[in-house]
Design a protein around this ligand. Structure first.
Ligand code: FMN
Length: 193
């Protein structure tokens, strides 16, 4: 499915990004990783709180533990990616600013992801992570950090390397039209069934 926009002004980065499961073994360079984290760094956050935390591994000593943290239903394909990691919101503050820490971290995540697209790389986010193990291995305090998701990062690989049932899913997915979620004024229309 080719992604299209109803607006000619939409930048291609938003249409080109999607979440493949096939990754090639081509390495992601430190320079590329640095560009992705710089993109995340400049994301907005409430009161400039910058609550995001990215933990990642390539082929270092924490690779096996990082792979174990990825839930079984994602592990088969995700661990082929040269970079895997965790995205965490760490509010650091009490009260009202903590309320948007997850949102702010999501903003940083999309900056990270779109920068990846611009460099010809792909990111696949994964809510499917073993949370208890992730807290144990990272030493993060569940009272002070919200482990939001894992990610796989790399160059898209050949879909034929995936199990057959995943090969069929290896295409960009559709979206609801903007008329179903963007409304002028204060009266939303009900979400379609
Ligand atoms: C927070 C979050 C968690 C996700 N968890 C998973 C996951 O565990 N496994 C998976 O295969 N995809 C996961 N995805 C990917 C979504 O299924 C995907 O983004 C969505 O279907 C839209 O497809 P696209 O990213 O290709 O546009 C997750 C995405 C997000 C944002």
């Amino acid at each position: 499915m080719e992604r299209t926009s109803a607006s000619p002004l939409t930048d291609s980065v938003f249409l080109d990004r999607w979440s493949p499961r096939s990754f090639s073994d081509k390495a992601v360079s430190d320079e590329q990783l640095s560009a992705l984290f710089e993109a995340a760094r400049w994301a907005p956050s409430w009161m400039n709180n910058q609550p995001w935390l990215f933990l990642y591994e390539t082929d270092g000593p924490d690779r096996a533990d990082m792979e174990a943290i990825i839930s079984e239903f994602n592990r088969g394909w995700a661990t082929k990616a040269p970079v895997i990691g965790l995205i965490i919101a760490r509010p650091g503050l009490e009260g009202f600013m903590a309320r948007t820490a997850d949102f702010d971290t999501g903003a940083a995540t999309m900056s990270f992801t779109h920068q990846a697209t611009m460099l010809g790389l792909s990111v696949h986010l994964m809510g499917g992570v073993e949370l208890d193990l992730a807290f144990e291995k990272t030493g993060l305090d569940p009272e002070k950090a919200n482990i939001l998701c894992g990610f796989a990062l790399g160059y898209q690989g050949d879909a034929s390397a995936l199990p057959e049932k995943l090969q069929a899913k290896e295409v960009p997915s559709p979206r609801m039209p903007t008329e179903q979620f963007a409304f002028k004024g204060l009266t939303p229309q009900p979400r379609p069934e």
